[in-house]
Write a protein that binds this ligand. Structure first.
Ligand code: M6R
Length: 611
């Protein structure tokens, strides 16, 4: 949600801020803005509705020069996307960019109005600017002192950077609930909501921790806790290259990330999957003893991560014989929970910053869980840092808003965990070895299914004029239907729903007519026979069937209203991962022919750091 970049340097920072915003745009893209101050305190603020490119156009008309400044790309929470609601927000000389939500903004707004403050936007952020200004007027002091005195009055979650244009040498950054990272240079320093924005500039980073307040100048960074006591934070050297954010030969990040899945899975397996066993020694020497105690698994996650948790439930229960529940984090966090004995909480998240998943993890700490395990793609994320244990999916940076490669690598890690827990729970050696063999074959199987790209592209044309679609599957492929439907709606804006195929007759069959596409995930497994009855139910009612299968299912391509997408062989256990790939391609090509903004679909952001 929202992207922040700020800089204090000797040179003109306009380009740095704009380039940083472009790299952050995947986090929010409904409006953008920046404020820059030159050495003499002359300040310029520019804002615009829409994408960063609009802001760049605006800056081209001005000769912007400045050594300190803040910039922001917004994903609206309070106040519609508009120029007046775009950040930075100001109160005379106080400038603020903010990511998060101020929960008591209405109450603060009333108070500030009674003091004579006039609001120009509908945002909660403007409240912060005026509040800081008021505190400054009433009590004086440096920007840092004013911030320290003001923070206790603000409730909610916020990552923010503040600047006082009268003192164009200091930035103050605050992290309460929303991540911020400082990029440390020589004679210049930066702050951003995501390390990605700073990769071309520096390779040393300080990740602010909860409640940290940093005072940043060209040559000095001081970090304090909420009570104003100085704290030490590690300086982390990064070897991530900024090239990782290039699209290479692909047209979109999503396309690139779909094609990166074989290598992402290979990387996720390295060092963890030998021919005979799963090696999770990265979890500590006593991990075997700990995992042996686990008698129940509770997964919490959102969106695509939730879907991968749903797949793993079938695996945990059928293969490792461990009961498993999966819940949407935003529900879990507000429910009265009855925790099972020896239950391990797994927080699944690509970003590691999803607010609801993080809150669910924090809640679990106050309950009787045996421990928490994060399965996450970002090592320095909040969810990883706050979990007892973590396993990183080695997908590399995922930029497309639609999760693709992180779904398949999450499933890869989960399946390894199934084997590990299974081996401690009496799983037959032969079964363990067969699953390991299947996982090791997976990158190759995915390369093979990717060769169906053109076929799927051709089928996508059928969806050009469609407004609805149903996805059906059974067993561990029901969550794959859910994932297929989520991908399609997310990037093509076609309304799509998933059903466990056996449920059709309990309502959804009423939707079937010759305009309704029904996408069937039909792998060769023990439920195929049952699934064929469900196909028949749709066929006899004239529905448009698109059947993804690697079996002769007894129907011919183009017979009735039926298209069969014949896929290569895959082992049963890894079939859910394999079958996801053609569905990702289908969504991608449908969105392409509908001319959607594939990497930045409307109303969405990559990392959902607000509730
Ligand atoms: O970073 P997370 O995995 O925690 O994100 C959860 C969801 O916001 C995310 O999976 C979302 O549903 C994706 N955009 C779907 O493609």
């Amino acid at each position: 949600m929202c992207g922040i970049i700020a800089a204090v340097a000797k040179c003109n920072i306009t380009k740095i801020l704009l380039q940083g915003l472009l790299r952050l745009e995947y986090r929010g893209y409904d409006s953008a803005g920046l404020a820059i101050v030159d050495k003499h305190g002359n300040v310029k603020r520019l804002r615009c509705l829409g994408k960063v490119k609009n802001l760049i156009k605006k800056t081209e008309k001005e000769n912007l020069m400045g050594v300190i400044g803040l910039a922001h790309t917004r994903w609206a929470t309070h106040g519609i996307p508009s120029e007046i609601n775009a950040h930075p927000h100001i109160s005379e000389y106080i400038f603020v960019v903010h990511n998060g939500i101020i929960e008591n903004h209405e109450q603060l707004r009333k108070k500030l109005i009674s003091y004579g403050y006039y609001f120009t936007s509908e945002t909660d952020t403007e409240v912060i600017a005026h509040l800081l200004h008021l505190k400054q007027k009433q009590q004086g002091g440096s920007l840092l002192e004013v911030v320290l005195k003001t923070i206790p009055q603000i409730r909610g979650s916020f990552g923010m950077v503040i600047m006082d244009s009268r003192n164009p040498s200091i930035l103050v950054a605050v992290r309460v609930g929303n991540p911020l990272v400082i990029g440390c240079g020589t004679g210049e320093n930066f702050v951003a909501s995501d390390q990605l924005a700073l990769l071309p500039l520096v390779n040393s980073f300080i990740h602010l921790e909860e409640g940290d307040i940093a005072e940043i100048s060209q040559n000095k960074i001081s970090i304090f806790n909420i009570r104003g006591k100085i704290v030490n934070r590690d300086l982390i050297k990064s070897n991530i290259s900024h090239d990782i954010t290039s699209k290479g030969i692909y047209n979109h990040y999503m396309q690139k990330e779909i094609y990166e899945q074989p290598i992402a899975i290979k990387n996720t397996l390295i060092g963890r999957c030998t021919n005979k066993e799963i090696d999770f020694s990265e979890l500590g020497v006593n991990i075997g003893i700990f995992l042996k105690k686990v008698k129940h698994i509770q997964i919490v996650a959102c969106g695509t991560s939730y879907n991968s948790g749903m797949v793993s439930r079938y695996w945990f229960e059928s293969l490792a014989k461990i009961p498993c529940d999966v819940e949407i984090a935003s529900e879990f966090r507000y429910r009265t929970l009855q925790v099972r004995k020896n239950s391990l909480l797994i927080a699944l998240s690509q970003s590691g910053e999803t607010a609801d998943t993080l809150a669910a993890l924090r809640l679990s700490k106050r309950l009787n869980y045996i421990g928490s395990l994060a399965i996450c793609n970002v090592l320095c994320s909040s969810i990883v840092r706050e979990s007892d244990l973590y396993l990183i999916t080695k997908s590399g940076v995922e930029i497309g808003v639609a999760s693709t490669k992180t779904f398949s690598t999450q499933l890869t890690v989960l399946l390894m965990l199934v084997i590990k827990l299974g081996s401690l729970n009496g799983m037959q050696l032969e079964l363990q070895h067969n699953i390991i063999k299947a996982i090791k074959m997976l990158p190759h199987r995915i390369e093979q299914v990717l060769t169906k790209d053109k076929l799927i592209k051709a089928i996508a044309k059928d969806f050009f004029d469609k407004n609805h679609a149903l996805f059906i599957g059974r067993g561990d492929h029901y969550p794959i239907a859910m994932e297929g439907a989520l991908k399609l709606k997310e990037i093509s804006y076609i309304h799509a729903e998933a059903y466990a195929a056996g449920e059709l007759k309990h309502g959804p069959l009423a939707l079937i007519d010759n305009k309704m596409p029904v996408i069937v995930i039909a792998p060769n497994n023990k439920l195929l026979k049952k699934l064929k009855y469900n196909i028949e139910e749709v066929r006899t009612r004239g529905g448009l069937l698109y059947i993804f299968t690697n079996q002769d299912i007894g129907f011919k391509n183009n017979e009735y209203n039926m298209k069969i997408i014949q896929l290569p062989y895959v082992e049963s256990v890894t079939a859910p991962i394999f079958y996801t790939i053609p569905l990702q391609l289908l969504s991608y090509y449908v969105a392409l022919i509908k001319c959607r903004n594939i990497d930045q679909p409307r109303n969405l952001a990559k990392s959902v750091t607000v509730e």
